[in-house]
Design a protein around this ligand. Sequence first.
Ligand SMILES: [Zn+2]
Length: 77
Amino acid sequence: MRTKWGSCNPAKGIIWLNSELAKKPKRMIDYVIVHELAHLISPKHDRLFAAVLDRELPTWRSIRQELNSLPLAAWED
Ligand SMILES: [Zn+2]
C-alpha cells in the first residue's frame, strides 16, 4: 500500500507518512492519516474501506481530489 504520501502495513500495524505531507493543509494530513488508519481495518480500497472513510471523514473524496491535483500526486496505490 505504499504511496507518495503514506503507506500502511496492516500485518505489522505500521503506518508510514511522507514528511512532505506536513507542509500541506491540515485537511489533507487528516485525510492521509484516516486513509492509512482505515487500512488497518481493510487493506484494500474496498467497500468496507470506503465506509470507514465515509464515517470518519465524510469529505474525504473532495480532499483526495484536491490532493491528487498537487504536483506530488500519484496517490492511488
Ligand atoms: Zn490506500
